[in-house]
Design a protein around this ligand. Sequence first.
Ligand code: C2E
Ligand code: MG
Ligand code: MG
Ligand code: MG
Length: 284
Amino acid sequence: HAKRLGGDRVEVFRPTLQTGTRSRAELEGDLRKALKTDGITVFYQPIVRLVDRSIAGFEVLARWNHPTRGAISPAEFIPIAEQSGIINELGLFVLDKGARQLADWQQSFRLPVPLFASVNISSLQLLRHDLINDVKSVLSRSSIAPGTLKLELTESVVMANPEYSARMLERLRALGAGLSLDDFGTGYSSLSYLQRFRFDTIKVDQSFVRPNGRSARPVILRSIIALGHDLGMQVVAEGAETESDSLELHQLGCEYAQGFLFGQPMEAAQATKLLQAEMDALRS
Ligand code: C2E
Ligand code: MG
Ligand code: MG
Ligand code: MG
């Protein structure tokens, strides 16, 4: 059905969610409950160095296992969490869990370069001053090396409120946290902002790594990688699925990649096994 908004504008209400048999309000309640009852967990997806495919770090990704609906994708529940304010609690949970796991791995596996963990931060978390305190306390109660906790922010977050975001990012940087610009190329970034915000990493969006028509890939991908490097940033390509994706990225000078080719998001125990195998290979 349609609802009339002033004048002759008509907005059609279409459900954007596959809510199954549960209403959005019910899902919101379910999500609140899930946070208190271990229904929300985190998975870890490896980010590798393309030169030798060694594991450089992991992205921490939230997962929701619903008691009756099964796994619900973050694309569905993150917006619910944002619109209901649950995101602050959920975000802190993921940050804390990821930092603790990272501390654990850094202690068990003395890799030549310390492992990092990269945590997604929602715009609503950035707009809330407590984020600074959250990050500060998470960093101080874990023993992780400074800079190995990276915060992933998207362009839309930063561009929506550049003055404020610039101050917040400086404060996060002052705490020693790494800053990654996620899904790069999908927003409306102004290149001058890119310089001003001084992210230390950009994550090239999957759509440039695996475009629908393959012909445009090398040109745009090459430009984005070069831009990142020229601005002194590290570049991570998202969504590498095939050997040819990986080869091409490496040839274009990209140092890091993440994607199904190197590993799906997985439970901590499975990620630990991967790290163990890598340590064994280093020793032999
Ligand atoms: P993102 O931060 O860009 O995370 C990367 C997404 O790409 C993940 O989806 C990952 O599973 C998927 N991916 C990785 N490699 C490949 C590949 O080779 N091919 C394809 N097709 N996909 C790949 P996921 O876990 O479903 O998360 C979706 C988005 O939800 C994330 O995108 C992020 O924006 C958001 N998200 C997930 N966890 C959190 C969280 O804890 N907090 C916040 N604020 N957002 C989160
Ligand atoms: Mg991300
Ligand atoms: Mg991304
Ligand atoms: Mg994404």
